[in-house]
Design a protein around this ligand. Sequence first.
Ligand code: CU
Length: 135
Amino acid sequence: MKTPAFSRAFRAALSGAALSCVASVALADIRNYEFELLEPTVKAGADRTIAVKLVDKTTGKPVPDAVIFATRLDMTPDAMQEMVTKLTPLGGSEPGTYRFQATFGMEGRWQLSLAAKVQGETGTVENKLVIQADK
Ligand SMILES: [Cu+2]
């Protein structure tokens, strides 16, 4: 009798396919993650604190323990790409929130570029955010 064996194999193949479907849905896409500025404006001057939150857009939840491995803050939005300021990471923030200290030596628009790895995900989250430095 070949039929029951075939049918068992078929069922097994089907459930295998169903499982791999579920697995690929459960794997979040790196594009679902995004950095958001907590405050879009700062006062121009020395030692300002800026904070970003990394969110999973599918759940709206903050994402802790990301490894931010590249940062840059410059005045690209106001056509001053060469005007770069140093970013110092600050600790002690809430889970999912990442803080930096920087000196905004000029009023205007600054671009914060971030690249990060998320735990358990492949790929890189890359965002560019604009911060307005006011008087
Ligand atoms: Cu400038």
